[in-house]
Design a protein around this ligand. Sequence first.
Ligand SMILES: Nc1ncnc2c1ncn2[C@@H]1O[C@H](COP(=O)(O)OP(=O)(O)O)[C@@H](O)[C@H]1O
Ligand SMILES: O=C(OP(=O)(O)O)[C@H](O)COP(=O)(O)O
Length: 408
Amino acid sequence: MRTLDDLIKVGVRGRRVLVRSDLNVPLSKHDTPTVTDDGRIRASLPVLVRLLEAGARVIVTAHLGRPKGAPEDKYSLRPVADRLAQLLGRPVQFALDTVGESARLMADGLSDGELLLLENVRFNPGETSKNDAERAEFATALALLTGGEEDGGAYVDDAFGAVHRAHASVYDVAKLLPHYCGDLVRDELAVLQRLTGEAGDVERPYVVVLGGSKVSDKLAVIEALLPKVDRLLVGGGMCFTFLKSQGYEVGKSLLEADQVDTCARLLAESGDKIVLPSDVVVAPEFSADAPVLTVPVSQMPADQLGLDIGPDSVAAFARVLHEATTVFWNGPMGVFELAPFAAGTKGVAEAVTGARGLTVVGGGDSAAAVRALGIDENLFGHISTGGGASLEYLEGKTLPGVAVLSES
Ligand SMILES: Nc1ncnc2c1ncn2[C@@H]1O[C@H](COP(=O)(O)OP(=O)(O)O)[C@@H](O)[C@H]1O
Ligand SMILES: O=C(OP(=O)(O)O)[C@H](O)COP(=O)(O)O
């Protein structure tokens, strides 16, 4: 796999380099949104700075949230462009489209050492299309922004959080331009190797903690991880599908109804490996002002929703983590963004920092939670920018965005 060092060695002055970054950060819900956690932007800076200082004309493409292939104001990267400019300490040009006329003119007009950020790449249906030809067509348009290989164009993938997506800007475009692995992707993979036994056996007990809201993504991961781990602690939005499969009322909580049978089977097959919460914090609505109640999982009211794990569950999870020697944690235990539902995530985060051995936190929201809850980041062995990407790596799956970089 060629790296950024290789690209910089051959020289980038005057060349247009397309960089895929993961700038999918949380935004405030104001009319003029601002970035509430800039961890992923900071993690993307080193590659951008190296290229700019070497004289490249840098075109950055990235996504924000999950728009459905069309522009939506709330998913605009504009607030990210502003924060990126502040952190870089240099101007960031912002194109209002991704591969349209505005983007093309701005890309053509770049001078050495200048940076252009394109609008959310997922505003274009070609980015995430299941149709190979549609994705390839969009990837061709992206690649052309660099002028193409004949004109010195190159592609750097530094979006670790998105390498598990076979999307146009992560996968297809790498086939069209000389391609290089960014420093963030390289460094993240090096740490994760230590959790897969590729660099020697994982130290046991190996405990994985899963939460968050991307339930259907992660249920598949659980199945693959079960044989590899000693304990799997499940909280966050995904625990309710498991609780439902045990016959509990889960009210209006996040539920993946078509996965209930899968959860029942996983619980039956896993012996005591999967640990579920014994109590949850419920409220009648998704709001910081709603009246909250902590109840045993057997007593969830049908008209309420579970928004955090309760204190007994935190204590039980902490006991397991206390014995652990290797820990991977992805996904908040509750809606930590709202104060009444942050205690579960805080308690589990603190317990993870107390574990011996290697502790890795993965995922944009999990990393943001650590920072928002005031927990010292240095107490973790590694904070990864990718949740789903890390999990798929740990499963042993091929990551399309990494595999394509190894092709000549
Ligand atoms: N019980 C719950 N119900 C709904 N959303 C939840 C619940 N618990 C956690 N969440 C939400 O999950 C989101 C993070 O999920 P996810 O994207 O899967 O994590 P990560 O980005 O760390 O991989 C947070 O915004 C949090 O509010
Ligand atoms: O936030 C991300 O992943 P994560 O929540 O698994 O860390 C990445 O930016 C990928 O986003 P996606 O899961 O919408 O493809």
